[in-house]
Design a protein around this ligand. Structure first.
Ligand code: ZN
Length: 281
């Protein structure tokens, strides 16, 4: 399927197939988030409710502040890819790489690119200053997905547009990958446990919630593992794959060490966190 930026008019706005596909997906996605959040509260009892009361205001406020920028990530990448294809710019377009092969390579590359950016977010102190806001959540549920510093979205837009244009990635692959990432991110953070047999079948190949929860551990050696968004392949190649916790379950904690809950539950402090003197505070 080759998407075209043409479609019916709504006043002065032309609605393209991309807009329609994305709008339907986003509506379904938001409904799914609400259902999952309700199930998490119901199954988690009083402990989960108390945790939600303390943490949700920051997680929800962050996505409300940044919702425009977050939505622009796939839209800007798609527009850049579409423009690159129409003007024959970028590696894929220059070599005439199109069709199913270009789609598969584009999705594969985006998977690697997201792994690389996540790895860099932990290894480069400037990027860690922003990414640590996500890791400061001391409990995990579906709302952790949206606990992201707003400037990360801005950086992601700029970096993704640059890569998409240089490589000439396929617009259809951008949409497919954006949907995969949104769904997987939600699955990674939920406190609803996947059936054990699904975890054990998938975890050698796919980054499952169990593996991603390990990445949210407050134990440094566990945090520095499982950077992948989808395939476990990249972590295996880079030697950062970890299937089992290093510590016993009773010692397991989410979040950042020496990061008081009071600080994690303050919207002001989380927004200002990247600009403090100590990158780890
Ligand atoms: Zn991380």
């Amino acid at each position: 399927m080759r998407l075209k930026l043409t479609g019916p008019r709504l006043g002065i706005i032309r609605i393209s197939k991309f807009d329609m596909v994305f709008a339907v997906f986003l509506t379904g996605y938001l409904l799914l988030v609400i259902v999952i959040a309700a199930l998490e509260l119901r199954r988690g009892g009083e402990t989960r409710t108390a945790s939600a009361k303390a943490r949700w205001p920051v997680n929800i406020a962050l996505i409300m502040i940044a919702s425009g920028l977050a939505t622009l990530i796939p839209i800007s990448s798609f527009s850049a890819a579409y423009w690159a294809r129409e003007t024959d710019i970028g590696l894929f377009n220059a070599f005439g790489l199109t069709g199913v092969l270009a789609f598969i390579i584009s999705v594969g590359f985006l998977s690697f690119w997201y792994f690389l950016v996540h790895l860099a977010s932990h290894k480069i102190p400037l990027l860690w200053r922003f990414h640590k806001v996500h890791h400061s959540d001391y409990d995990l549920d579906v709302t952790t997905t949206f606990r992201v510093h707003p400037l990360i979205y801005l950086m992601t837009i700029l970096m993704n547009v640059l890569v998409v244009i240089v490589l000439g990635l396929q617009p259809e692959a951008i949409i497919a990958h954006a949907m995969i990432v949104l769904l997987i991110d939600m699955w990674h953070h939920t406190s609803l446990q996947s059936p054990a047999f699904i975890e054990s079948i998938l975890c050698p190949y796919i980054i499952t919630p169990k593996l991603h929860h390990l990445h949210h551990s407050d134990h440094f050696r566990e945090t520095e593992t499982n950077f992948g968004h989808d395939f476990a392949l990249w972590d295996r190649i880079f030697g950062t794959y970890l299937a089992k916790p290093e510590r016993s379950p009773q010692d397991f904690r989410y979040g950042l060490k020496q990061h008081p809950k009071k600080r994690a539950d303050s919207l002001d402090l989380q927004l200002l966190a990247p600009f403090g003197r100590d990158p780890n505070s």
